[in-house]
Design a protein around this ligand. Structure first.
Ligand code: CA
Length: 230
């Protein structure tokens, strides 16, 4: 397989942060483009296909939340890594409606940011490999096209949710521990709390289960983790 050069769009109005990000990412071998405000970022992200978008929340002309929402509404499925200065916004960032894949809190170290970027890009690649379709109940998953339908209606999963679902399906009927999910889906270079797994599983259930409070497919195993069953 040819190793494609991955193209990252950085939407950040603070010049020093944008320049540092662009330089760091270029050093890692990525192609990088920058946008200085929300509207510019939105049109850049719609114009061509990027492998990843790094999106600041506090932006002139349109904030990052709105950019994210509008991109998802326009059917842009590019993974989005949010930059945020406010820890209290994290619930909103991880919220269902927004459709962001991960976040980094400012100030961040270049190492932490690069780890997140690599983890997201690796997840996307993993779900693109092993071309597969899978059906359970009224849910259809197309791993190649990165599409999920429920009762014939398309539903949007973040790259992370997609990766979680993929891994659980591959491990069908086995109990998968939170640690195993953290290692496989998030990657061991990223520090994530085990409860983050539960948050994302909860979001995933809301999308694919008929009744997220009484899940049929993604079953919790007390104090251990989860198992997928159909
Ligand atoms: Ca900003």
């Amino acid at each position: 397989m040819i190793n494609e050069i991955e193209h990252i769009l950085v939407i950040e109005d603070e010049e020093s942060i944008q320049m540092a990000l662009v330089d760091d990412l270029k050093l890692e071998g990525y192609e990088v483009s920058g946008a200085n405000d929300g509207l510019e970022g939105l049109s850049a992200a719609k114009e061509r296909r990027y492998n990843l978008i790094i999106l600041d929340i506090m932006l002139p002309s349109m904030d990052g939340f709105e950019v994210c929402k509008q991109l998802r509404r326009a059917g842009v499925t590019t993974p989005i890594l949010i930059l945020t200065a406010k820890t209290q916004e994290i619930d909103k960032i991880l919220g269902l409606e927004l459709g962001a894949d991960d976040y980094v809190t400012k100030p961040f170290s270049p190492r932490e940011l690069l780890a997140r970027v690599k983890a997201i890009l690796r997840r996307v690649k993993q779900t693109q490999q092993g071309v597969d379709r899978y059906r359970f109940g009224d849910v259809e998953v197309d791993f190649e096209k990165h599409e999920v339908k429920k009762s014939g209606q398309p539903i949007y999963l973040t790259a992370l949710e997609f990766s979680l679902l993929h891994f659980l399906i591959m491990q069908k009927h086995r109990v998968v521990s939170r640690d195993a999910l953290l290692d496989t889906v998030w990657g061991d270079e990223v520090s994530v709390y085990p409860r983050t797994v539960d948050t994302h599983i909860a979001h995933l259930r809301k999308k694919i289960e008929d009744d997220a409070a009484n899940p049929k497919y993604i079953i919790g195993v007390r104090s251990v983790g989860y198992t997928f069953t159909d």
